[in-house]
Design a protein around this ligand. Structure first.
Ligand SMILES: Cc1ncc(C[n+]2csc(CCOP(=O)(O)OP(=O)(O)O)c2C)c(N)n1
Ligand SMILES: [Mg+2]
Length: 354
């Protein structure tokens, strides 16, 4: 099956074009945009882990290693498209236009963080695995009924492919030719479970066959390959041909979440050893050097701007108004039940401090 679903790559590990005819491929500006967003979300991710370790935010979900998959896919989207991310895809959400302040409030456990953007159609991160795939199909079908050319993208991991919602979401999208792209990031693990124990299929892309849709396997560490694969799938869906299943083969460098210790189930020293060889940012940097479009001064200037942006946002998060303890009862049901109301009144009568 690996022969049938070969890994799509545009640049090799050393950043060189695999097919010389691509030379003229992407404009310098676009390449710099890829690098900028990958550096921005990596810096944000490093801060996220540090903030959690310092007790300044709650549990955090790192995505280092998956930047090319998240940036390449998000930048392929059109302004009016829908994004359905998981808890690990905040890098993709930020790249697509999620509000940084809201994202930080999300990690800080604030209700305001639940809606990532007011402008873009970015759904709140799905914590339940795969439940958002049928939602993405529904949003895409609605766009189809309205006769727009807008599409939806659903992000999900290798573990999500074992869920019933994966099957339901893709099957109905295929039957109705919904304009949706199913974007899988195969990072090799569902928490501690390696993908070989998750499924007997050699690839995730081949699962597309069961639904009668195209399956594409792409190197998730190659931002160009991801960008082209997702752009092509989106174009296909916009022209009424239905969904595509994309498997981006990637790697998570860190823990599943800050509450996880990966050394319990994988050789973390080995991950750290090969990290630099497979790092998507270093690969893009090498590519830019080959093309003669790498400037250290430019790299330093964007890094400073990113650091400043993040520090200012973190400051705003930390001075953000504290929620009242009784607020927790306001978001349980649209109309509170009498038990919820009673508990709320009890808290309020103690001054909201118990
Ligand atoms: C319906 C459901 N079942 C179980 C869980 C617990 N859980 C949280 S993350 C996770 C693993 C998901 O792995 P994968 O789909 O590969 O995504 P990754 O975390 O690697 O990005 C599981 C089982 C959940 N959140 N939702
Ligand atoms: Mg996974």
């Amino acid at each position: 099956m690996r022969e049938k679903y070969p890994l799509l790559q545009i640049i090799d590990q050393e950043g060189k074009w695999l097919d010389e005819s691509n030379e003229e491929g992407l404009l310098e500006e676009k390449v710099k945009q890829f690098y900028y967003h990958m550096l921005r979300i990596r810096t944000y991710d490093q801060k996220g882990v540090a903030l959690q370790r310092q007790g300044r935010i709650g549990t955090y979900v790192p995505f280092a290693g998956q930047e090319a998959a998240q940036v390449g896919s998000a930048l392929a989207l059109g302004n009016e498209d829908w994004m359905f991310p998981t808890y690990r895809d905040h890098g993709a959400s930020l790249t697509f236009g999620a509000d940084l302040d809201r994202m930080l409030l999300h990690w800080n456990g604030r209700i305001e963080g639940c809606l990532p953007s007011r402008e873009k159609k970015i759904m709140p991160a799905s914590i339940p695995i795969a439940t958002h795939l049928p939602h993405a199909t529904g949003a895409a079908m609605a766009e189809g009924y309205k006769g727009t050319r807008n599409a939806a993208i659903a992000y999900f991991g290798d573990g999500a492919t074992s869920e019933g919602d994966f099957h339901e979401g893709i099957n109905i999208a295929s039957v109705f030719k919904a304009p949706v792209v199913f974007f899988n990031q195969n990072n090799g693990y569902a928490i501690s479970l390696p993908v070989e124990k998750q499924m007997n299929s050699e690839t995730i892309a081949q699962k597309a066959e069961a639904y009668g849709i195209p399956g594409v396997r792409v190197d998730g560490m190659d931002v160009f390959a991801v960008y082209f694969a997702v752009s092509e799938a989106l174009e296909r869906s916009r022209s009424g041909k239905g969904p595509t299943l994309i498997e981006a083969v990637t790697m998570r460098f860190g823990a599943h979440t800050t509450a996880d210790d990966p050394s319990k189930y994988r050789d973390q020293a080995e991950v750290n050893r090969i990290r630099d060889q497979v790092d998507p940012l270093l690969r893009l940097e090498k590519h830019m050097k080959h093309r003669g479009i790498w400037e250290m001064a430019w790299r330093d200037s964007i890094e400073t701007a990113i650091q400043d942006e993040l520090e200012a946002a973190i400051k705003r998060m930390e001075t953000y108004e504290q929620p009242a303890v009784s607020d927790m009862f306001d978001h349980v049901f649209a109309e509170p039940t009498w038990t919820i109301e009673k508990q709320k009144q009890r808290i309020l009568s103690t001054g909201g401090s118990s």
